[in-house]
Design a binder for this molecule. Structure first.
Ligand SMILES: [Cu+2]
Length: 345
């Protein structure tokens, strides 16, 4: 049986799109790179210790709302603690980098949580004992249906996200739980997608503030207004970020707290400015029409990934099976593993 071009195009359009999603490949503090849990490590027996928690999310996939009350929501599927801790000073910043596979069109909020580990060691912690406080969140930043989201900010910053550690936080070992909630399918029940990623931190300096949290198993429910939502049919341009309220820390350095019960239309203006210095993408200005938003985002993405046929800073530049650019527009291409090389300063 022969198909016409038109029939093949129709067939392609109705088949489900198969694409991988992503994970945090590592983080920087200053100019130092700390490798995360690259899922390729799952195929190595006794892989080297890294700073990101092991997961069994080997499809780079997500946790569904029907699993939000299970331990998988804590640090992703069947997660186990990372062996190493990223050293950072209280008041300092940790920048997390998602894999190049993170796709477009997965809009939603980005959230960050901290939990203290007993005995200054997160490498042997029991994850269900961890109590996480929310320290930072960005939901719907501007616009509507769908508008411009925290995930859009992450995407245009070379899929990176900078977290400021509260300056008053007591020194010690912490798990940083960083999460994207993708809402592109959230109009149907069980359609939201949670991508939690954990790294260990060893915080120095600081003050006496402690985190007051709870288990992520209690954070979200499938019918929360910020979980079951049609973001493409949201003319009001309002969004209620799910989960607990942001803990307020004394002193400077924390991000602007935004209550989860507030209808957030613009948050984190102070750190947005800071982010702009770490990204090669042009600053995205507030736009008033859907078309303008789309154009801006696409242009920024193209600029960061394909400028001059070489990889931008922190982007992938090699590894087994890699077919993209192998030279760096900025930095030097260094192998992180057999499967992943990256442009580093
Ligand atoms: Cu997807």
């Amino acid at each position: 049986m022969q198909f016409t071009v038109q029939q093949l195009a129709l067939l392609a359009s109705i088949l489900p799109t198969v694409h991988s999603h992503g994970f945090v490949i590592g983080a920087t503090v200053g100019k130092t790179w700390y490798p995360g849990f690259d899922i390729q490590l799952a195929y190595q027996a006794n892989h080297p210790k890294v700073y990101g928690w092991d997961t069994k999310a080997l499809d780079s996939g997500f946790v569904s709302p029907d699993s939000f009350a299970t331990a998988d929501i804590i640090c992703h599927k069947s997660a186990t603690p990372a062996g190493l801790h990223i050293p950072v000073t209280a008041g300092g910043q940790v920048t997390l980098y998602w894999s190049n596979s993170w796709p477009e069109g997965h809009q939603g909020p980005v959230l960050d949580y901290l939990a203290a580990c007993p005995n200054n060691d997160c490498s042997t912690v029991t994850k269900t004992d961890l109590n996480f406080a929310k320290i930072d969140q960005v939901g719907l930043v501007s616009g509507s249906s769908p508008g411009y989201w925290g995930e859009d900010q992450l995407a245009v910053a070379n899929r990176s996200w900078t977290v400021t550690i509260p300056s008053s936080l007591a020194a010690g070992a912490y798990v940083l739980r960083h999460e994207i909630l993708a809402l592109h399918s959230a109009r149907s029940a069980n359609g939201a997608q949670a991508y939690p990623q954990c790294v260990n931190l060893m915080v120095s300096g600081g003050g006496s503030a402690t985190v007051k949290g709870s288990s992520p198993e209690t954070f979200y429910s499938a019918t929360d207004p910020g979980i079951l939502i049609d973001i493409y049919n949201n003319a009001a341009g309002t969004y209620q970020i799910p989960g607990p309220t942001v803990q307020a820390f004394g002193g400077s350095g924390g991000s602007a707290p935004a209550s989860s019960t507030t209808l957030v239309t613009s948050v984190r203006t102070t750190t947005t400015t800071a982010k702009a210095t770490t990204t090669t993408a042009p600053p995205v200005t507030t736009t008033t029409t859907k078309a303008a938003t789309t154009t801006t985002t696409k242009a920024a993405t193209t600029t960061t990934s394909a400028a001059g046929g070489s990889a931008s800073l922190y982007a992938q530049c090699g590894g087994q099976g890699w077919t993209g650019p192998t030279t760096c527009a900025s930095g030097t291409c260094k192998a992180q593993s057999q499967y992943y090389s990256q442009c580093l300063p």
